[in-house]
Design a protein around this ligand. Sequence first.
Ligand code: HQG
Length: 179
Amino acid sequence: MNAPRTVKVSKYLSKHLRHQPERIGIALDAQGWVPVEALLRACARHGFPVSRAELDQVVAADDKRRFDLSGDRVRANQGHSVPVDLALPPAEPPEYLHHGTVGRFLDAIRAEGLRPMARHHVHLSPDRETATRVGARRGVPVVLAVHAGAMHRAGHLFHVSANGVWLTGSVPPRFLRLP
Ligand code: HQG
């Protein structure tokens, strides 16, 4: 499978495993899983056939390990807007994490901190390089440092997804270092 096809399949799966399962008539269970058979049938039925071999390849080769395959079931590792409980255990974050954004959001972020917007959590990266790539999706990237250790000591919960993204409910302005 060539790279453009891999990206296309990954985006199609992200859309339906994170945001709009009902669009292709599938239902995620409480932890976000769907039977592989049902998913592939639904893709074909909606004009986007994906073979089992392609699915396996996307799960294995995806640049951000966006998907998890367990037995006969598959799910997105994070990034959902539909309600799912990924059942990730609370984890102790490193002292600093990073968030990539763009300049036009800074005034709002300075006033109200980081909010999850359409997702369940604020997404934070362990390193500045990854955060820079996340911010660059929207324009010239701006990277904020998040004092995750202090948040953790103040009682904020953190989780780390299977693909190394740190998740927390929100980040109050006092824990942010803005440029
Ligand atoms: C911003 C991709 C105004 C926030 C990436 C961001 C990531 C605020 C946007 C993952 C705000 C939300 C997540 C506030 C936050 N006022 N704007 N108070 N608080 N924002 O896409 O972190 O390819 O929901 O800075 O690589 O950009 O999908 O979050 O710009 O890992 O796997 O509101 O999505 O991964 O945008 O990206 P998003 P994100 P995938």
